[in-house]
Design a protein around this ligand. Structure first.
Ligand SMILES: CC(C)(COP(=O)(O)OP(=O)(O)OC[C@H]1O[C@@H](n2cnc3c(N)ncnc32)[C@H](O)[C@@H]1OP(=O)(O)O)[C@@H](O)C(=O)NCCC(=O)NCCS
Length: 136
């Protein structure tokens, strides 16, 4: 049986290994710093999905005071297509709702558009919005 819980620092290595297996780690991001920052920030967290033996997947969620966002959603390749991605998204959505976020958002890289069909299955729709960024 699998369960979802909030991550602890002890989960870091397994979560990062899964992120790497899912090709979610990009050169401009340090997954170790990202993991630590999400856990020590009051309005963000990471959920892990596990069975008795191992980590199956994880997702990072955060509320910015206006929208709830999730990042780094991944299910280890051997556990995909079994409802685990949906479970993690629903866990993030529920937590964001309890934090007060009226809407859940996510970003998809232009190199990963095949995942959009998964999100559409879960009720998400493409928005006419461009996302801009700048390093602090
Ligand atoms: C995206 C990802 C998290 C989906 O997880 P998953 O466990 O395979 O998905 P689920 O089994 O929960 O699928 C939920 C539903 O979406 C559907 N679905 C999953 N992937 C799909 C795809 N590529 N196209 C269309 N539908 C898809 C499933 O058929 C299922 O439908 P159902 O509930 O009607 O049966 C997983 O493929 C993954 O980790 N990918 C690599 C990392 C990644 O790209 N993350 C997203 C970054 S934005």
């Amino acid at each position: 049986m699998s369960t979802v819980r909030q991550a602890t620092p002890q989960d870091k290595d397994a979560v990062i290994a899964m992120w790497r297996a899912c090709d979610l780690v990009k050169p401009q991001n340090d997954p170790s710093l990202d993991f630590d920052l999400a856990l020590r920030t009051a309005t963000s967290t990471i959920f892990v999905l596990e069975d008795a033996e191992q980590l199956l997947g994880a997702v990072m969620a955060g509320f910015d005071g206006h929208r709830g966002w999730f990042y780094y959603l991944g299910v280890a390749p051997q556990f995909q297509s079994a409802g685990n991605g949906r479970l993690l998204v629903e866990s993030a959505e529920h937590w964001l709702h309890t934090q007060g976020a009226p809407k859940t958002m996510l970003m998809v890289r232009d190199t990963n558009t095949k995942v959009i069909a998964f999100y559409e299955k879960l009720g998400y729709t493409l928005e006419n919005t461009r996302v801009l960024g700048k390093r602090n």
